[in-house]
Design a protein around this ligand. Sequence first.
Ligand code: PGA
Length: 252
Amino acid sequence: MKKIVVGNWKMDPLGLKESQKILKGVLKGVSRIGNVDVIVCPPFLYTVPLVIKTRSKKFFFGAQDVAPFESGSHTGEISASQLADAGVSYVVIGHSERRALGETSDVVSQKVEQALASGMTAVLCIGEGERDEVNGKHLEFIKKELFESLKRTDKEELGHIVIAYEPIWAIGKEEAMKPQQIHEMSIFIKRVLIERYGADAIEKVRIIYGGSVTPDNVEEIVAQGHVDGVLPGRASRDPEQFSEIVKKVSEL
Ligand code: PGA
């Protein structure tokens, strides 16, 4: 499966000029790399001007969220078809920072449904708040979150799903999760997918890791963690760091 790097800019940068500068740096940095899907997710507001100014087949635009509804009276929301129309092809859904605002897995499943119906790929985020080394309760948590978030997704649609495993306790920290633990979790997620969809379910789903990914740790995360890519937050807002991450992933 083709590897993937999804950069989540979150609520930074603070202006369009700064956004353009970052994107320009990213484009320069990844211009020679062809074997990795590179996704940049700016804040909604900057997406359209960035798309208009960017003619590159080297990467895709993503959104950080999408409405759970198709259309209608939903003040402040942006629909999947509006995003697709604006040139967005990936959507991060169910990020822990959105779940922390009250977004349930049921709502997440509706958002995934909307994204896929509009022809986009959903980057579905899951992750436990803490690990339970004694009783393994975090595994039950992940299983439930995954089952519920995918409850409106059919097996045939799995090729348009990327699962971003992002343990909340490792986001925005100094250190990422240990590669061995990432490997264990990616195996566990595959097992859950097989239970839900059958043995061949995992052939098309890419599983990636997010949480304090940097150019220094990305190689061991992907190689020893046996994941199909990464989802950096902070490092994605620095064009040099982001390009370095993409480059390292492309060399694995
Ligand atoms: P971080 O963010 O790379 O800054 O830890 C990752 C994320 O929240 O997706």
